[in-house]
Design a protein around this ligand. Structure first.
Ligand code: MLT
Length: 250
């Protein structure tokens, strides 16, 4: 008899996450604009680890321990930090081998909410194919958690959940609570030819437009700019490849 396929679910906002049983699941945290995109870029540029924290005070306190520190609130970099949340600010050789502490409005909070899952990984368009191929190999249940905005739904995270679900679907089964996954895939299908335009009136694209960081949006919607899988271990994000090499003693 053929083994049952693992399941795939989508949680459209952190406010609904309590309804998902994730103890046996890999949770993919999604904050496409821009936290999970910036995290992928930081690892692509060689960051050693990223500690996601929920407050600016916690992030700043890491500076004394030799960390670079990042903080974003309402889309802007908080004064006095090394980084805000633009992926371009992490494209810098100064972060190679460095430890970073980061707090963002929704992304790092979503990582924190997911921390009791069997495993937590970070997803964005920037690492979509690397992540999808790896998830298919794991043969484990997957829950995509959209970070949204302050517990509300947002379009861009749902689009990514739909894009990822579409890639995973042949290898997974949908559960009876499948409508969020179906909705995300339908939305992505409507948007796939021009996601930037599809998001034109969306709240966070509008917010970032006002902050004049449209180039961040365009970049974050560009698939496969990185080949990393950020994974949470003991409350700290590592590049999965580095973590496995360390485990093997290489
Ligand atoms: C967040 O965590 O809410 C975001 O990534 C906001 C942003 O910087 O665009």
């Amino acid at each position: 008899m053929e083994a049952e396929k693992p399941f795939l679910e989508v949680c459209l906002t952190p406010a609904l996450f309590y309804q998902y049983d994730v103890l046996q699941s890999i949770v993919v945290v999604i904050d496409v604009l821009r936290a999970t995109s910036s995290i992928c870029v930081a690892f692509q540029y060689g960051a050693h680890c990223i500690v996601p924290v929920t407050t600016t005070e916690e992030s700043l306190a890491y500076r004394e321990k030799g960390y670079l520190v990042g903080a974003e609130r309402q889309g802007s970099m908080v004064e006095g930090f090394d980084f805000g949340n633009s992926p371009f600010s992490y494209m810098d050789d100064k972060i190679r081998g460095k430890k970073i502490a980061l707090t963002t409005t929704n992304g790092t909070r979503a990582i924190d909410i997911a921390r009791n899952a069997a495993m937590v990984v970070v997803g964005s368009f920037l690492n979509i194919d690397t992540l999808a191929e790896w998830l298919i190999k794991q043969q484990q249940n997957v829950v995509c958690l959209c970070a949204g905005w302050k517990d509300t739904f947002n379009l861009e995270d749902a689009l990514f959940a739909g894009a990822l679900a579409e890639k995973l679907q042949p290898h997974f089964r949908l559960t009876p609570h499948r409508d969020a996954a179906l909705a995300a895939m339908r939305l992505y299908d409507l948007a796939r030819n021009d996601m930037y335009e599809f998001l034109a009136q969306s709240s966070h694209r509008t917010r970032l437009e006002k902050l004049k960081v449209d180039e961040d949006v365009l970049y974050c919607l560009t698939p496969n700019q990185t080949q990393v899988i950020p994974v949470l271990r003991g409350g700290v994000l590592y590049n999965l490849r580095d973590m496995l090499q360390k485990d093997k003693g290489e």
